[in-house]
Design a protein around this ligand. Structure first.
Ligand code: CTP
Ligand code: MG
Length: 236
């Protein structure tokens, strides 16, 4: 059933990268194109709203049209914060979208299998987020820079995307966030205001977010390895 609307969050400024990271090429496609392409084989998708900066609307539209995705794509202007950008995507969603799959356009290496697993969990529990165990011990600092708390590492995960939610519940969480004047960096926080639960679907370290310049060679290496494996698979 085509009941999932994808919201591709692509309205950031790439300040830590120092340039428009979503338009950088990874092999034959840009970061933005790869993030969109990962959804192409998912049979549940009814459409994709790509939320972008006003100055990039035409570029993003052209890049996504070039992919000939098997569902409609809408390109809309985003907002000053991530939460506002996602809200713009929600506005562009068709009524048939019973679930929203929110994905960072800066995560080009997510696989169709990871998306499928996250979606199955979202349909079962109402909300699901790909996430991976943290490798480092995480320290919480106080305002003066001293150690305040060290949460147990075995309970900690780093949040990835996609994050997939029941659409009506997500909208309820959004309305509550606006009512309380809250602006979150993570969509699970928005969704949980509705009272919904989020299952943490095990993700892979390879689903990295292109954030700083050293992420690019790491992404290229993962991609080269996958393409090598795909070629070996064809030979067999
Ligand atoms: N994003 C968005 N709207 C915003 C801010 C971020 O749609 N107002 C998107 C980004 O385009 C990115 C994703 O959210 O795909 C994750 O954000 P991040 O990696 O922080 O990207 P940027 O905000 O662009 O980078 P930076 O924080 O370094 O400026
Ligand atoms: Mg940011």
């Amino acid at each position: 059933m085509r009941d999932v609307g994808v919201i591709l969050a692509a309205a950031g400024s790439g300040s830590r990268m120092g340039r428009d990271k979503l338009l950088l090429k990874l092999g034959e496609y840009t970061v933005l194109q790869r993030s969109a392409l990962a959804f192409a084989s998912c049979p549940d998708i009814c459409g994709m709203a790509a939320v972008t900066r006003s100055d990039l609307l035409d570029t993003v539209r052209q890049q996504l049209e070039a992919l000939s995705l098997p569902f409609p794509v809408w390109v809309v202007p985003g907002g000053a914060t991530r939460q506002q950008s996602v809200a713009a995507g929600v506005k562009a969603m068709p009524a048939q979208a019973m679930y929203y799959a929110i994905h960072d356009a800066a995560r080009p290496l997510v696989t169709p299998q990871e998306i499928a697993r996250c979606l199955a969990d979202a349909k079962r529990y109402g909300g699901a987020c790909l996430s991976a165990p943290v490798k480092d011990t995480i320290q919480q600092a106080d305002a003066k820079g001293f150690l305040e708390a060290t949460p147990p590492r075995n309970r900690l995960r780093s949040a990835q995307t996609p994050q997939i939610f029941d659409a009506a519940w997500y909208r309820a969480g959004m309305a509550e966030a606006v009512r309380r004047g809250l602006d979150f960096t993570d969509d699970c926080q928005v969704f949980r205001l509705s009272g919904g639960v989020v299952y943490l679907t095990p993700g892979s370290y390879a689903n990295l977010k292109i954030t700083t310049p050293e992420d690019l060679p790491a992404a290229e290496e993962i991609l080269a390895k996958r393409e090598g494996e795909a070629r070996d698979g064809e030979k067999e």
